[in-house]
Design a protein around this ligand. Structure first.
Ligand code: NI
Length: 162
C-alpha cells in the first residue's frame, strides 16, 4: 500500500514528467497503485497522488474495468459539456459539481509500451479528464468558482487539521 498525497502538499501542484521507458518498475508501480486505489475505494488515481511525478494514471470504473494510461493526451474534445459530482482521494470528504466536456478521445501508452486510443464517454471521460489534470498540477477544486473553492478548502482544513 502506498501513501496518498493530500491537499496542501506542493507536489499536487507540479507538472509530472513524461515516462521515458516502460520497465518492470512502472509495472510494479501500477500494481501498487491499483491496490492503493481499491483499498481507498477510488475509481481513478494519478502517479503524483502517490508521490511519483510521472505522467501515468490508472482507472477502474464499473462496467469498464482496470486501465493504465501512460503519457496520455486528449486528442479530441466534444462541444457538449456535462456536470458531474467529483471527489478525489487527495481531498478526502470533499465533493463538488464540475463542468467538463462530455466526451474525449484520449491517446496513451499501455504498460507494454503500446499506443492505444479510447473514445471515452460518461464516467470514463470524467475520470480521465480529472486524472489528466493531476498530471498538470490541477485539482478538481481549481476548476470551481474561486469563492466556492475557498469555502471547500476551509472546510477541508477544519476537518483534517482540527
Ligand atoms: Ni483526484
Amino acid at each position: 500500500m502506498l501513501n496518498i498525497v493530500t491537499l496542501g502538499d506542493e507536489r499536487l501542484k507540479k507538472h509530472s514528467i513524461v515516462v521515458p521507458e516502460f520497465d518492470g518498475e512502472i509495472e510494479s508501480l501500477a500494481e501498487q497503485m491499483f491496490e492503493t486505489m481499491h483499498v481507498n475505494k477510488g475509481i481513478g488515481l494519478a502517479a503524483v497522488q502517490v508521490g511519483k511525478l510521472i505522467r501515468m494514471f490508472i482507472t477502474d470504473i464499473p462496467k469498464d474495468g482496470p486501465r493504465v494510461f501512460i503519457n496520455p493526451e486528449v486528442v479530441e474534445t466534444s462541444f457538449g459539456q456535462a456536470t458531474y459530482e467529483e471527489g478525489c482521494l487527495s481531498i478526502p470528504e470533499v465533493n463538488a459539481d464540475v463542468v467538463r466536456p462530455q466526451q474525449v478521445r484520449i491517446q496513451a501508452w499501455n504498460l507494454k509500451g503500446r499506443p492505444f486510443s479510447v473514445d471515452a464517454d460518461d464516467m470514463l471521460a470524467r475520470v480521465v479528464q480529472h486524472e489528466l489534470d493531476h498530471l498538470n498540477g490541477v485539482l478538481f477544486i481549481d476548476r470551481l468558482d474561486p469563492k466556492k473553492r475557498e469555502r471547500l478548502v476551509k472546510r477541508y482544513e477544519k476537518v483534517h487539521t482540527g
